[in-house]
Design a protein around this ligand. Structure first.
Ligand code: UDP
Length: 372
């Protein structure tokens, strides 16, 4: 007997927003997650007064009014603005690519001079219609910045040559001809006060949640519990990899707690050379301006180094690898998924897409709209 209208598999952002909306629509909902906590990859845990972003720093940013209003029902946001810096063999550069970066690399002062340098680089490289990440990057910022700030970082992050990667990955990064270090071009930006976990807890208030439950290990039983399953895990895993495995990139997060108040003076420092094994260091306390929930200065610090690596079964599949081969493979899984009437797939893993948080939320709201 199906006791629930919806069994939501995965208590991350997609599953939590969907569950919350369906509960509001009067449906009976249960949420399960194989991890021992809610929140998926936005999960934060408090250590020494610091909200540690356990699965990598998540800076919320959106231009979507509906999404912004929606999340503000569950939490307030601080006014953190993401301004990462790049460390290339000890040289410090501003990110995203903007006039400070162009000034540091070429000594140019005006936007016109910067444009000329970039156009020249594009011409010298013979690029007319960029067809891969390398060509796209050179067209956007010129060869020098590509060599110092993009090439090494991207090859570490994705484990393959920039010529073999799709151009869209680099289009995530803004290029600005202004002196503006704000990483995101977004109307709204910030971090939930009290951490993401508290925000998700609030979304899931009044909903039955069970963590440490692996749906795929016991799917026959669990599927019977609900009329419809919303599955937010990896779509290829759901179908037992019948067409083969989709590729993912994963990260090793190595935390260090230090008895000093300030390690790097910024929340995020990217290490863009190819020799350093990690791509970036996050110093979590700066995401809340060095203050704890009571506004008191935190004495210690916690840093996390991110080491990208290829995904092996059992790892966490953080990034889909949206190249041509995997996109074709995903389409096959998508077709299989559309035949399943009582299972809905969604989220970064269900859609095999490199979504930002606000997109995930909007998609969950839209999925819920169709069903309420
Ligand atoms: N990137 C880079 N240098 C940097 C930061 C980013 O070349 O210093 C490239 C890299 O290819 C990366 C992509 O831009 O995969 C997107 O970066 P973003 O910071 O948006 O990635 P995320 O935070 O999602 O890991």
């Amino acid at each position: 007997m199906a006791g629930y209208d919806y069994l939501v598999v995965g208590a991350g952002l997609y599953g939590s927003v969907f569950a919350s909306r369906m509960k509001e629509a009067g449906k009976k909902v249960k949420v399960i997650d194989r991890r021992h906590h809610i929140g998926g990859n936005v999960y934060t845990e408090k250590r020494d007064g610091i909200h540690v972003h356990t699965y990598g720093a998540h800076i919320f940013h959106t231009n979507d009014e509906r999404v912004w209003e929606y999340v503000n029902r569950f939490t307030r946001f601080n006014n953190f603005v993401n301004s990462p810096i790049a460390n290339y063999r000890g040289e410090i550069y501003s990110l995203p690519f903007n006039m400070y970066t162009f000034n540091r690399i070429w000594g140019v002062v005006t936007p016109e001079e910067a444009r000329e340098r970039i156009e020249l680089s594009k011409k010298e490289s013979g690029i007319t219609d960029p067809s891969n990440l390398e060509e796209q990057a050179i067209s956007l910022v010129g060869r020098e910045i590509y060599e110092k700030l993009i090439k090494g970082y991207t090859q570490k992050q994705w484990g393959r040559d920039c010529k073999e990667l799709p151009a869209f990955i680099i289009k995530r990064l803004p290029v600005r001809y202004t002196y503006n270090n704000n990483y995101f071009n977004a109307a709204y930006q910030g971090i939930p006060v009290g951490g993401y976990t508290a925000m998700i807890e609030k979304m899931l208030e009044g909903i039955e949640v069970e963590t440490g439950v692996d749906f795929l290990r016991n799917r026959a039983e669990l599927e019977k519990e609900a009329v419809t399953v919303l599955f937010t895990g990896a779509i290829d895993e759901y179908f037992d990899h019948v067409f083969g495995r989709l590729e993912y990139r994963t990260l090793d997060f190595r935390d260090e707690e230090l008895d000093i108040p300030n390690f790097q003076g910024n929340a995020a420092v990217n290490y863009t050379d190819s020799d350093t094994g990690f791509t970036r260091i996050i110093e979590h306390k700066w995401i809340t301006f060095g203050l704890d929930d009571d506004g008191v200065e935190i004495e210690k610090t916690i840093i996390t180094r991110e080491y990208p690596k290829s995904y092996e079964p059992g790892d966490e599949p953080y990034y889909p690898v949206n190249d041509a081969k995997n996109t074709e493979l995903f389409k096959k899984y998508r077709a299989l998924a559309s035949e399943k009437e009582n299972v809905v797939f969604g989220g970064r893993l269900g859609d095999y897409s490199y979504y930002d948080m606000d997109v995930v939320i909007r998609k969950a709201l839209e999925e819920a709209d169709c069903r309420s």
